[in-house]
Design a protein. Structure first.
Ligand code: NAD
Length: 437
């Protein structure tokens, strides 16, 4: 008989994981403490934007394999429980708040059946899994716990879940590994690399990977600073170094840096954990990565103020993009909204457009103005900021845009627009690490 799975925490990660596992033929119960989220999911509605997820979710609910609940007793008969709850940054420090992980383990430990496997997917400080396993076994010695970190990218979450780049399984027993091999049989059949490790290594793989990615982005942003100081072009530099396969050309786009619900909080939590382990020095470089990242945002704020002649009062600033990255409505730690709100504080009349993230943005930044169309956004703008690289923004006709705007000045915070096309259309265009045109 096919395994029955539960997915605890049905946010970006959990809702995707639940729908994808159901599509592989498993019976899946998604469970969350957020009743409104569960009511929407029950109706086949995804409470956030993720391409391809909603049709998959609706299809799996209709198949009868996928259900949602807020009642933990409804998952007591599951063979595998995936913990996918949030691990945000603590309000008063750099560390991760793992209270949701602790609460979900407590809840599942009460109902888990003998022989079942609890599998952590949330990103947690190293050492968490071992502690949780001890707790679980103290309540039910016949259950087990493994850690299976998640590497999906928002915007590609369905594809990444169904066809991951690798599967990392931190286990303490062969039987735990065998259960996970059954869950991921389809991936194994298509040759997905399988890495078995102990629990701390599995936890560390995730934060090490995110630290490397963050480092790559801040590295190119540091190069952009040097290019700005020396008159070189960071986009050509990135292209040229990227041809070296040891470097690669991904994640080398200079701009306003990284944001979202993972990279910033993960590197900070990693530093905090290193401190607790007496290894502060080992991750001291991440402090610099974080500060380069923050500087990248602030540089665009300063550039915008300069372009507005030193005073933002009464100036209309049009912001293209609010989500932390395209193909997502996630605004957690969004560089775009940070820049928009800083300019608002400085007195500008800031108007924001985003194809998917307006509703989330309105809740968190009610002081900003929002419009539904790019034409409305550009109308009368003294300054345009391109801050999230949605495809539709690259397709804006600069000639048409100029007929709408007031100022014909644009800052490309993502180095994604065609500088020549915009400058030929009469715009003054700035981008980090490149000479303005
Ligand atoms: N979003 C991503 O792209 C991504 C990728 C890889 C890893 N992760 C990691 O996955 C975890 C979840 O991230 P997310 O983006 O899905 O977060 P999220 O905030 O979108 O979702 C977390 C969900 O957990 C629920 N929850 C909290 N406490 C609960 C409890 N006790 N029982 C049941 N549900 C509970 C919340 O209501 C929420 O719906 C984090 O550790 C994150 O770092 C996220």
């Amino acid at each position: 008989m096919a395994l029955k799975l539960s997915v605890i925490g049905t946010g970006y990660l959990g809702a995707t994981h639940a729908a994808c596992m159901a599509s592989l033929g498993f019976d899946v119960v998604g469970i969350d403490v957020d009743e409104s989220k569960i009511s929407q999911l029950k109706l086949g509605k995804v409470p956030f934007f993720e391409p391809e997820l909603e049709p998959l979710l609706a299809e799996q609910i209709a198949s009868g394999r996928l259900t949602f609940t807020t009642d933990f007793s409804a998952i007591a008969d599951c063979d595998v429980h995936f913990i996918c709850v949030g691990t945000p940054q603590m309000k008063d420090g750099l560390a991760a708040d793992i209270s949701y992980v602790n609460a979900s383990l407590d809840a599942v430990a009460k109902i888990v059946k003998s022989g079942a496997l609890v599998v952590g997917k949330s990103t947690v400080p190293v050492g968490t899994a071992m502690r949780l396993r001890e707790k679980l076994l103290s309540i039910n010695p016949a259950a087990d716990l493994a850690w299976n970190p998640e590497f999906l990218r928002e915007g590609f979450a369905v594809e990444d879940t169904l066809h991951p780049s690798r599967l990392v399984v931190g286990v303490m027993s062969d039987s735990a590994e065998n259960i996970l091999k059954e869950v991921y049989a389809a991936n194994l059949a298509e040759g997905t690399p399988w890495v078995r490790s102990d629990l701390p290594t599995a936890e560390l793989v995730k934060v090490a990977a995110n630290s490397f990615l963050a480092t790559k982005i801040s590295f190119i942003n540091a190069m952009a600073e040097i290019c700005d100081a020396s008159g070189a072009d960071v986009t050509v530099l990135a292209q040229a170094i990227g041809y070296d396969p040891r470097i690669g050309n991904k994640f080398l786009q200079a701009g306003i840096g990284f944001g979202g619900g993972c990279l910033p909080k993960d590197i900070r939590a990693f530093m905090a954990r290193a401190g607790e382990l007496g290894a502060t020095e080992s991750l001291e470089f991440l402090r610099e990565i974080d500060s380069i990242n923050n500087r990248s945002r602030n540089k665009v704020v300063e550039m915008a103020k300069r372009e507005l002649g030193g005073s933002c009062e009464g100036k209309r600033v049009a912001v293209l993009g609010a989500a932390f990255k395209p193909n997502s409505d996630d605004i957690r730690d969004s560089p775009a909204l940070y820049i928009a709100s800083q300019l608002k504080v400085a007195g500008a009349d800031v108007v924001v457009h985003d194809p998917k993230a307006i509703e989330n943005s309105k809740k968190k930044y009610p002081e900003l103005s929002y419009v539904d169309s790019v034409d409305e956004l550009l109308a009368g703008a003294d300054l345009v900021l391109h801050l999230t690289e949605w495809k539709q923004y690259r397709e804006i006709d600069p000639v048409h845009a100029k007929s709408l705007a007031h100022g014909a000045i644009i800052i490309d915070g993502r180095n994604a627009l065609d500088m020549n096309a915009w400058s030929s259309a009469g715009w003054r265009i700035h981008a980090v690490g490149r000479t303005s045109r």
